[in-house]
Ligand binder design. Structure first.
Ligand code: ADP
Ligand code: MG
Length: 237
């Protein structure tokens, strides 16, 4: 569904990614793990048109989209959930979902919101609460729900675990597997909390200093004693 070919990208004149190639097959979960500052967010920014692409191609459903405007990427069916899961704190959960579905008809908004609540039943009790009063985990689920409102083919999920207690982070990442299994959505998941992400992932890439150091099955990376210990803080698989 998405191919990144020999991508070199960064910000202004700063190069962050060096000749990165990766494949995101339809209906799978592709995981990119790597230490802080490796360029994971920059990779997602390059897909969404939020970084400078120096060379290489970003191909979505056969169309080259590098340098696209962010709203156009969204319109093509790519939904980006940023690292801090931006929600509107002063709006209620329901209002947040409606905002995210602004390009849908009112009938579609209702259907989609019902689907999001089906996916994340915890939100049901909070529909009329301001998003700012939700816990970190609930807010992250709302952010994913907002991404779903845009009827994505491909979701880009940036570090869902940021600022969450490990047990909550694990729960949120586990929900991502349901997006694939129950909704058939293609996912590119970027994570520092590597273990859980690799457990639910299909294929995996290890990004270090803007450079791909491993590509293969997610379970294979999980079980690689050297790489997982060196870069992922995993002591035993
Ligand atoms: N908007 C930006 N402008 C300039 N440099 C940036 C910007 N965002 C990130 N960087 C730099 O790019 C490098 C990679 O950052 P990032 O992609 O956020 O890494 P990761 O998401 O893997 O932690 C870092 O050195 C960071 O300082
Ligand atoms: Mg990041």
């Amino acid at each position: 569904m998405l191919s990144i070919r020999n991508l070199s990208a960064g910000y202004g004149r700063l190069q962050v990614l060096f000749d990165v190639s990766l494949e995101v097959p339809a209906k799978g979960i592709t995981v990119v793990v790597g230490p802080n500052g490796a360029g994971k967010t920059t990779l997602l920014n390059s897909i969404m048109g939020n970084a400078t692409v120096f060379s290489g191609d970003v191909v979505f459903e056969g169309v080259k989209i590098q340098g696209i405007l962010p709203y156009k990427a969204a319109r093509m069916g790519i939904s980006y959930v940023p690292q801090m899961g931006n929600v509107f704190s002063d709006l209620t959960v329901m209002e947040n979902l409606h905002m995210a579905g602004y390009m849908l008809s009112s009938g579609e908004v209702k259907d989609k919101a019902a689907q999001v609540i089906g996916m994340f039943p915890v939100l049901k009790n909070f529909m009329h609460r301001k998003a700012g009063t939700l816990s970190g985990g609930e807010r992250r689920m709302l952010a994913i729900g907002m991404g779903l409102m845009r009827k994505p083919k491909l979701m880009l999920l940036d570090e869902l675990s940021t600022d969450l207690a490990p047990i909550i982070a694990k729960r949120v990442i586990t929900e991502v597997a349901r997006l694939r299994d129950e909704l058939g959505i293609t996912i590119l998941l970027v994570e520092q909390m590597a273990k859980r992400a690799l457990e639910i992932g299909d294929t995996a890439y290890l990004l270090v200093s803007g450079d791909i150091r491993f590509e293969g099955k997610a379970t294979e990376l999980l079980r690689d004693p050297e790489l997982s210990k060196l870069y992922l803080g995993i002591k035993e698989a």
